[in-house]
Design a binder for this molecule. Structure first.
Ligand SMILES: Nc1ncnc2c1ncn2[C@@H]1O[C@H](COP(=O)(O)OP(=O)(O)OP(=O)(O)O)[C@@H](O)[C@H]1O
Ligand SMILES: [Mg+2]
Length: 286
């Protein structure tokens, strides 16, 4: 269940020595090789300008690599006939960094759009859309137009639109950048629920609090290269193994007490935490 160099025989996404540049500019992504196993959950971090959005664009098929191979749902994207692209894209939900809502459509209609394009009738999805909007705290804004909403409200509409069709892959680019920490946790819970239903998830974020909440691999971009840190529980197992082989271990154990637990249980648990517990969140990790 982790992003890793080619460990899964049938990942939903595979990168093999991928490089990317814009036009004749410098290569901003270099030698990227990793798998996104089906049903996995991973974070993507890195400083501003490191290439997170560009990497996500490659995954959701909005950009092509300048070298290397990318396969998505088992299809080599370089040889994919143009007319098959929309079908593949429909299987991927995207929360864009800049939201990209349709300003002339109501909040409800923005969220319902991915369902409408698959030919579903309003009566089939109206209740689901309303329930989802209520869950993200927008139950009273369903008829509003996006320009009349705050940044955080628009972000939640964008998230609801991306998840409403239960996509096979969910790509979220800074999805909690405009909301308060409590709402950030609620949105993370939504992603966790979707992941439990089988969706493969990649969340680009600068929010280290969020990253700490899930025992998931962290993909970090810096200087064009990608480093993948395994989940905490895996690092703990590896440290335990090293210690058992070495009678006098000289390395402190890097992991927390929650090793081995389902990563999503940690999110669910965090959601139930009383508010005054949040203050000691700072020094819990490493
Ligand atoms: N359309 C474009 N044309 C040319 N260069 C681009 C384009 N989009 C991004 N870049 C460049 O590619 C690099 C990576 O940009 P990208 O948006 O992927 O970074 P990021 O990690 O998402 O940053 P942030 O955290 O600020 O969102 C930057 O140097 C940027 O200037
Ligand atoms: Mg970005």
């Amino acid at each position: 269940m982790t992003a890793s160099p080619h460990s899964d025989p049938e990942p939903v996404v595979r990168f093999d020595n991928v490089g990317m540049r814009y036009g004749r500019g410098p290569e901003i992504l270099r030698d990227l090789s990793f798998d996104l196993p089906r049903g996995s959950f991973q974070f993507l971090t890195g400083p501003s300008g490191a290439g997170k959005t560009s990497l996500l664009k490659l995954i959701y098929l909005a950009a092509k690599p300048s070298r290397g191979l990318i396969s998505c749902f088992g299809r080599d994207v370089a040889t994919l006939p143009r007319d098959e692209l929309p079908d593949l894209r429909r299987r991927i939900g995207v929360v864009f960094q800049e939201f990209r809502l349709l300003n002339h459509l109501s909040v409800f209609d923005n969220v319902a759009l991915p369902l409408r394009v698959t030919g579903k009738k309003r009566s089939d999805y109206a209740e689901d859309v309303a329930e989802l909007l209520a869950w993200v705290g927008l139950g009273d804004k369903m008829s509003a137009l996006p320009p009349t909403l705050s940044g955080g409200e628009q972000q939640r509409v964008a998230i609801a639109r991306a998840v409403v069709g239960q996509p096979e892959i969910l790509i979220a680019d800074e999805p909690t950048g405009n909301v308060d920490p409590e709402m950030g946790m609620r949105l993370l819970r939504l992603f966790a629920e979707l992941n439990k239903l089988g969706t493969t998830i990649v969340i680009a974020t600068h929010d280290l609090q969020l990253v700490r909440m899930v025992d998931a691999p962290v993909m970090t971009l810096a200087n064009g290269h990608l480093h993948i840190r395994p989940p905490r529980s895996q690092r703990q197992r590896e440290a335990d193994l090293r210690n058992s082989l070495d009678p006098e271990p000289d390395m402190p154990s890097p992991a927390d007490t929650d090793s081995g637990e389902d990563p999503m249980d940690a999110v669910a648990r965090a959601m139930e935490m009383p508010e005054d517990d949040e203050t000691d969140g700072e020094d819990r990790d490493e």
